[in-house]
Structures are given as C-alpha cells and as structure tokens.
Design a protein around this ligand. Structure first.
Ligand SMILES: Nc1ncnc2c1ncn2[C@@H]1O[C@H](COP(=O)(O)OP(=O)(O)OP(=O)(O)O)[C@@H](O)[C@H]1O
Ligand SMILES: [Mg+2]
Length: 492
C-alpha cells in the first residue's frame, strides 16, 4: 500500500512564518506598552525556560580545590580512576617519593574515561587548563608539601539526568569509599617508637617503615583462632556507624598472653600489615609522668595500633592509688600510674580518635593488675601457646617452601605434640639450611634432645616441669591456642 503525504508548497510555508513573526511582534509591542519591565522579564524568562531545547545529559564539575583547601571528591576521583585506567588512556605521568612504597599515577593531559555503576553509564573527563590570570596558587599535594600551580584541573562527571539521585547519592559515596580502600592498600605501615629529644628532657615519637614481614599467612596459629581474630578485626573496622550509634569510642583492645617466642610480637605485626595501621610502641620504662603519657597518647594518629609490650614487667607500675609519696625515705618524683594509663586510654584518649586498637602483651597473665583484666577493659584475651603439629606445617611452608607433605612430618609432629616447644625454637632450627632434608633432620635431632632432657628433669625433680610461671603451666595443660572474648563484648 502506498501512502501519500501532503507536502506544503513553499509559498504557504512562507506565509505561515510571516504570520507567526507578525504575531510575536504584536505580542512584544503589547508587552512593551502595557506591562511593567520586571513583569516583562519574568514572562520572557518563563517562555525561554519552557521552549529551550533540553539535553538529557547532566554534567557535574569537580574542581581540584576551592581556592582554600583541596576538594576531597577530586582526590578520591583521581585515585579511583587511576585504579581503572584502560586502553583508552594515552598519556600518564608517574611520580614516587623516597618513602613511598608504590608509584603515583596521574593524568598528563585531558582524558576521557567511561565507567559503569549499577548498569548506568557515567563519563569522566579530566580537564587541565593553564591559569589565565592572577598569580599561580600554592597547593598542598596531600603530603604536606606545597608547590606553585600554574594549572587549573577538574573532572567533569556526566550522566543521564534521570539517574541524578543514584549517581550523586550512591555512586559518588562509592567512589569516596573505594578511594579510601585503595589508599589504605598502598599505605606504608610505620612503626613509631619513643626517642628523647636532645635539646629538652622530653620524649617524642620517631617513626620508621615497618619492615616486619609477618602476615596471617606466615604466622603459625590455630586455624580457628586465626579466623576468629581476622573476623573480629574486619567487624571492628566496618562498624563505624554502630560504635557511633551506641555511643562507644571506636576502639578495640586485645591482650596477648603466652610464653616467650610464641608469636605475640609477630601477631601484632601481622595485624598491622593486615589492616595497614601504624604501630605506636609505647615503652612504659621510658615514661616518667602522667603528663608525658597523655601528651604522647594524644599525638598518636587514627587507624593505628597502640602497643604496650610486657605490661607486667616493663616498669614497676604503682597501684591504682598512685605512687607512694616517700619511697625509701626520699620524696619520689611524681610519675605515672597504672590508673592514669588505663583511665586515659578508656576515657579522653579514645574519644578523640577513631579506629584505635590497643594491644597489651604479657608472658604472665596471672601477674597482671586485676584492673587490666576486669571485664570490658580488653575486648579479647588471646592465648598464644606452644607449637602444634598443625602450626609446624605453616612454619615448614614459610621456611622450607614445603607445600604438601614430607616423609619426616609425622615423626616431627608426634614429638611436637608431646612437648612444649615454641615456634621461635623450631623456626631457628628450620633456618639452619636451605636443604629441607638437612633442616628437618636437624630439627628432629633438636626435638629428641629436648625430649630426653625433659624426661631426665622429670625423673630428677618432684614431677613438675621446671618452666616457672603459672601462665606457662596453664598453657602446658591446654597446649592448644585459646581465645577468650570478654562477656561484655559488643553484640555481633
Ligand atoms: N606463631 C608463630 N608463627 C610464626 N613464627 C613465629 C611464631 N612465634 C614465633 N615465631 C618466630 O619466632 C620469632 C620470635 O617470635 P615473637 O617475637 O613474635 O615472640 P613473642 O611471643 O613476642 O616473644 P616475647 O614474649 O619474648 O616477646 C619470630 O621472629 C618468628 O620468626
Ligand atoms: Mg614479643
């Protein structure tokens, strides 16, 4: 079937156009003569608004800074987009500062990238323009360094305007979150220790990169305990809103206890490497006064681990009533107290920071001040114990790269289960040769000698093992690694 459409003749189109123009002019004349100027403006802008051609695209401009401070969304977008660089990008620039672990990638010229969020296409355009007038700006590059900036940089984020809510309400926060995670992965973990300042009598934090290679993969720990610790850490870091809701400071305390060489310090390093949190190693023996302690604690950063090793023997901590004013007849200098430490950690300190972890270690839990053990003080008590046959396999993988089985494993495993041997002792034996057979042979010999010595000691003595503290005796009975979680722990 053929259909015909009436095509208007050129003369009819012209006359229609002429009559429309005449009507508009007439309307304009009437407006000018009878309607006041402000009302005229309103009417014409309303007409312009309704008849203006509409684009379905919405463009959001994200500038690098607002003239005073850096724009967090710009920084986040930069980090996020660099993690997604694809073949459409032609030119990049890279930098690396001496103490940084990885390189920084930046766009060199204007570039365009497409991203998808929940099925919606978003187009990012990186724009870089020379500043036309005015002096160049001094810009903080996020690491405390300022440099003069001759360029204006910004991102344009464009998308279909019908997705405005989704993009601004959900995609942009997602970009902020992702950039935080990427930054944390790249972060170099620092170890802060105390050092005295030469020109004054006070002490301050000094930092170096934490080079400790310990991770949850390399640490010999009961599999269930390892899982429980990792889950606890994960839960802790993702519960910001929960802590805020219940009005609790966002901090978590762990007490690691067990004999020397069972991996307490290694576990701390593994936690720091896992969370990418800095460690502040607070040596109590270096601290003289409560005021020093407060000053140092207030200088610790968020997302960090405060470590107090050997809390039982680092320093003669006065009891909760404070130091006695006169020791051996002489007035003593006012010093810091255990109660000062605990109250400050629980109170003011934890309320002025976020994502803090506190770890105390001890070889003798039974010698600790009850104030440290009371419910709610430390959220988790983790018992580190002697090596098990299962833990030995982790060490064999780490030190000798034995992934599956070795013909000497069974005999070694049986010996390890029958005595108290620390991971540190076994690790030392495994380091003696690169040859697995030689190393394991040496370890077997070491274990047999130790076994014989223990048997001899038992026969000589009164039947008890000569290991010292109650803590060690308790561990001997249990042998397995153990985890206590305080009952007033946060609901899961
Ligand atoms: N559970 C473990 N897993 C892997 N390696 C371990 C473990 N325990 C100890 N080691 C090895 O032994 C060394 C000493 O361990 P670490 O310093 O962590 O023990 P510790 O419990 O902190 O001892 P101390 O009570 O004397 O401070 C570590 O460098 C590590 O090589
Ligand atoms: Mg230690």
């Amino acid at each position: 079937m053929v259909t015909f459409t009436a095509i208007p003749s050129p003369s009819s189109v012209f006359s229609a156009y002429a009559s429309l123009s005449a009507s508009i002019m007439l309307f304009q004349t009437v407006l000018n003569q009878f309607v006041p100027r402000p009302v005229q403006n309103c009417i014409s802008s309303a007409i312009r608004y309704y008849f203006k051609p509409r684009s379905s695209k919405l463009v959001v401009v994200i500038e690098e800074n607002d003239g005073i401070s850096n724009n967090e969304i710009y920084n986040a977008a930069e980090i996020y987009l660099y993690s997604k660089i694809d073949s459409s990008i032609e030119c990049l620039k890279i930098t690396k500062r001496p103490k940084e672990a990885s390189i920084n990638i930046k766009f060199a010229h204007c570039e365009k990238m497409v991203d998808y969020y929940d099925g919606v296409e978003v187009v990012w355009r990186f724009c870089c323009e020379e500043r036309k007038k005015g002096p160049s700006k001094l810009v903080d590059d996020d690491s405390g360094h300022f440099f003069s900036d001759f360029e204006k940089r910004y991102f344009e984020l464009s998308f279909n305007r019908k997705h405005k809510e989704k993009i601004l309400g959900s995609y942009v926060p997602y970009v902020l979150r992702r950039s935080k995670d990427i930054k944390a992965e790249k972060k170099v973990v620092k170890l802060h220790t105390l050092s005295s300042i030469s020109y004054s009598s006070s002490i301050a934090w000094e930092s170096i990169n934490l080079e400790h290679p310990s991770t949850f993969d390399t640490i010999a720990l009961d599999a269930k305990l390892k899982k429980a610790i990792i889950e606890d850490l994960d839960r802790f870091v993702r519960r910001k809103d929960f802590y805020r809701k219940v009005g609790k400071a966002w901090k978590r305390g762990y007490l690691l206890h067990g004999p020397p060489g069972t991996g307490k310090s290694s576990l701390i390093a593994a936690i720091a490497n896992y969370l990418r949190f800095d460690i502040y190693d607070l040596e109590l023996a270096n601290i003289k006064r409560d005021s020093d302690l407060r000053r140092l604690l207030l200088k610790t950063a968020n997302r960090s681990i405060l470590v107090i090793e050997d809390i039982d023997c680092g320093v003669e901590l006065p009891d909760r009533k404070g130091p006695s004013a006169h020791a051996e007849g002489r007035p003593r200098e006012p010093q810091f107290t255990l109660s000062g430490l605990l109250n400050f950690i629980d109170g003011l300190w934890s309320s002025c920071g976020d994502e803090r972890i506190i770890i105390f270690t001890t070889n003798n839990r039974d010698r600790l001040d009850p104030a440290l053990l009371r419910a709610g003080r430390m959220d988790m008590h983790i018992s580190m114990s002697y090596l098990t046959a299962e833990g030995f396999k982790t060490l064999a993988t780490n030190y000798l790269d034995i992934k599956d089985h070795h013909w000497q494993f069974e005999e070694i495993g049986e010996l390890i289960e029958s005595m108290n041997v620390t991971p540190a002792e076994v690790a030392e034996e495994l380091m003696k040769s690169d040859d697995a057979d030689v190393s394991l042979g040496g370890l077997l010999n070491f274990l047999n000698v130790k076994r014989k010595k223990m048997n001899d000691d038992d026969e000589d003595g009164d039947g008890t093992k000569d290991k010292g503290s109650d803590e060690i005796d308790q561990v001997q009975k249990g042998k397995r690694l153990k985890l206590d979680i305080n009952t007033d722990e946060l609901p899961r």
